[in-house]
Every structure is written in structure tokens, then in C-alpha cells.
Design a protein around this ligand. Structure first.
Ligand SMILES: C[S@@+](CC[C@H](N)C(=O)[O-])C[C@H]1O[C@@H](n2cnc3c(N)ncnc32)[C@H](O)[C@@H]1O
Length: 341
């Protein structure tokens, strides 16, 4: 009989790792079939047994993930105390600046200047949409949706930025001449997180690097570039639960700026009741609300989608004030704007 943990690792291998990381797919399949490792994982609280936490912890501690299953298994079982301590201490807080490519056209439609308030900000790397460069591409039939073989339709942004974000566009996304000319003006930026990561801390940055899957070297380069951007002017990050803190942070927005509360890949961590509480709070706040979450996470957004997301695509729904405007790639790699938006 398979344990729940085994099943979770098998599902991760099939649904998440397959096609994205052959290394993690192989390791997860082996963990699923290894009674001893599953028993060790079962000694942790359920939310701490996840594959991304195990693999991230092993990499953070310098363990082998690219040398095959026997090396991984032997190392983890020999170093279980340290591995489990890191899994208990850390959270999966992947911070993906690439998501700014999907937020940017929407931010540009709002009354400027902007005050950005990101809930679930991790290290705050999505708080700098005005400090990155952008390359929007259209699939030309030969493209792979990751930029390879696609046609560049617009390239612009902060001239000296070490980060260029590629995003494949479909539909009538408002990547207007005015946007190419001038990025949204951000006059204030702040974030909330249960556990804010500090871009000035080597240990925190190594943890973020450990969370990037091994084959995804372009994401590692992007992360390192975005950390350089954020280190030049570290963000204001408040420690706390988003429901307890968002109102007080919005109250600190300077006069004359449009408050924009936004989040991506965050609300899935909340219970449905906590999501509803958050939605009720943000509806009452001044300014605008941009959500970028898995399609079923916010029921009011899901109900208004003009079409279903392709099954198994993992796409997010991007919405402004609960009105869906696009499907987005979960790392910001694609933007499929709705005709109806
Ligand atoms: C997957 S990361 C996404 C980070 C960032 N939004 C991005 O798109 O790169 C999710 C973040 O949400 C934070 N988080 C989860 N639940 C939270 C809550 N109730 N209040 C505040 N932050 C929370 C986690 O600590 C983590 O840093």
C-alpha cells in the first residue's frame, strides 16, 4: 500500500516535475517508492513534507541532487537531522520577478503615480516592475512558449537593468506605444510576508536560489539580477499575516499616489475562509487590487472567466478588481489577454 507522502511525491513527479525537471521527477519517483524516506518525512508536520521543501533543503545544505538517486538517498538519510531542521525552519517562498512582465501592462492602465503594496512578497522582487527590462514576444508557430523561436514585438524598460523579462503574448494585451515610452511610475513600494526574506542576507538569498529547480538556469540568472536591483534600494517589508496587516500598510501610502494591492502565487496558501476575509477587506480599501493566482483560488474571479483554462496548464488568472483580464504563465512566461477585457 502507498503512503499519503508517497502518493504526494508521485503526484509531484507526474504533474509538476514532468517536462520541467527530469532531475526532480526522478528523485520524487524514487522518494515515493522508498519506505524509509517516506517514514522520515511522515515524522514532520504535513505541510512540511512537500517535495520542494525537501529538495530545496538538501541543496541549501550542499547535498547532492544532480548525482542520481543512490547519492541523494544516502546523503538525506545520513543528514536527516539537519535536513529536517531546515525543512521545519524554512518555507517555500519562491520569488519570481518574471511575474512583473504580466503585471506591467495592467499597472500602466492605472492612474499614475503608483504606490505598490504586495501581500506575500517573499523578498519583494516583484515590487520593482519599473526597474526591469521587458521583451514581449508573439509565438510565430515555431516558438516553444518560452521565447525560443518567437518573434519580438516590443523590447523596452529600465535601460541599465541587469534583468530582461521575456514574455510570450497572445490576445490584445495593452502593450501600447505609451507603455514602451514610459514605464509605470512607482513612488512607494512595500510588502507583507509571514516571513520576509532580506535581499541583504546571503543566507536568505541562498535559500531562494535553492528553490529554483536545477535545470532552470535562466531563472537562477534572473533571480540573481533581481536581487541586485532590490539591493540597490531594499524594499520596506512588514512581517505579518496579510489579513492582519494589509489595511494598516495601505493607510501609509503617500497622498497623491494610487494604492495598488497585488499578489501572485500567495492566496493558495490560505484557507478559503481566510481568502474570503482578504477579499472582503481589499474591496473596502481605496485604490486597486491586482490578483494573479491559480484559476480556482478566487471564486469571484473564476466565475467571470470568459473561457476555462486548458486542463493541466497550471495557468494563473490575472484580474483587476476581480475582473479577469488574462491567463498568465505561472512564472510570468506568458500573457494571454482576453478579447473581452
Ligand atoms: C510562492 S511565494 C510568492 C512570492 C511572490 N508573491 C512572487 O510572486 O514571487 C508565497 C509567499 O506568500 C507568503 N505567505 C503565505 N501566506 C501568507 C499570509 N497569510 N500572510 C502573508 N504572507 C503569506 C509566503 O511566506 C511566501 O513568501
Amino acid at each position: 500500500m502507498h503512503s499519503d507522502t508517497g502518493n504526494a511525491y508521485r503526484a509531484f513527479a507526474e504533474r509538476e516535475a514532468r517536462g520541467n525537471s527530469a532531475i526532480y521527477q526522478d528523485l520524487a519517483e524514487h522518494v515515493a517508492g522508498d519506505a524509509r524516506l517516506c517514514a522520515l518525512l511522515d515524522g514532520l508536520p504535513a505541510p512540511k513534507r512537500q517535495p520542494n521543501l525537501l529538495f530545496g533543503a538538501v541543496r541549501h545544505l550542499g547535498g547532492p541532487v544532480t548525482e542520481g538517486w543512490p547519492a541523494f538517498r544516502d546523503w538525506v538519510t545520513a543528514h536527516w537531522d539537519g535536513t529536517s531542521a531546515t525543512m521545519l525552519e524554512r518555507l517555500t517562498q519562491t520569488n519570481e520577478s518574471g511575474r512583473c512582465a504580466t503585471l506591467l501592462p495592467l499597472l500602466a492602465t492605472l492612474p499614475q503615480p503608483l504606490a505598490l503594496i504586495e501581500v506575500g512578497a517573499s523578498a519583494g522582487l516583484c515590487l520593482y516592475p519599473d526597474r526591469y527590462r521587458y521583451r514581449y514576444l508573439r509565438a510565430d508557430g515555431g516558438g516553444d512558449g518560452n521565447g525560443g523561436g518567437d518573434t519580438t514585438v516590443a523590447e523596452f524598460g529600465a535601460a541599465e537593468s541587469p534583468v530582461t523579462l521575456d514574455c510570450t503574448v497572445s490576445g490584445p494585451a495593452p502593450i501600447t506605444p505609451a507603455l514602451r515610452e514610459r514605464l509605470p511610475e512607482v513612488v512607494w513600494r512595500a510588502g507583507i510576508d509571514l516571513n520576509p526574506l532580506d535581499v541583504r542576507s546571503e543566507d536568505d538569498i541562498r535559500w531562494l536560489e535553492s528553490l529554483v529547480w536545477p535545470e532552470q538556469t535562466h531563472r537562477l540568472d534572473r533571480l540573481r539580477g533581481a536581487v541586485r536591483v532590490a539591493r540597490a534600494e531594499p524594499p520596506l517589508l512588514v512581517r505579518g499575516d496579510l489579513n492582519a496587516t494589509v489595511r494598516e500598510l495601505v493607510a501609509r501610502v503617500p497622498a497623491g499616489a494610487t494604492p495598488v494591492v497585488f499578489h501572485s502565487a500567495v492566496l493558495a496558501y490560505l484557507s478559503p475562509a481566510a481568502r474570503e476575509e482578504f477579499a472582503a477587506t481589499v474591496r473596502q480599501l481605496p485604490g486597486h487590487w491586482i490578483s494573479n493566482e491559480a484559476v480556482s483560488v478566487l471564486p469571484a474571479v473564476a466565475r467571470r472567466l470568459p473561457r476555462p483554462a486548458p486542463t493541466g496548464s497550471g495557468l494563473f488568472a490575472l484580474a483587476l478588481d476581480e475582473r479577469p483580464v488574462a491567463f498568465t504563465g505561472p512564472h510570468g512566461q506568458s500573457l494571454d489577454w482576453f478579447d473581452e477585457a
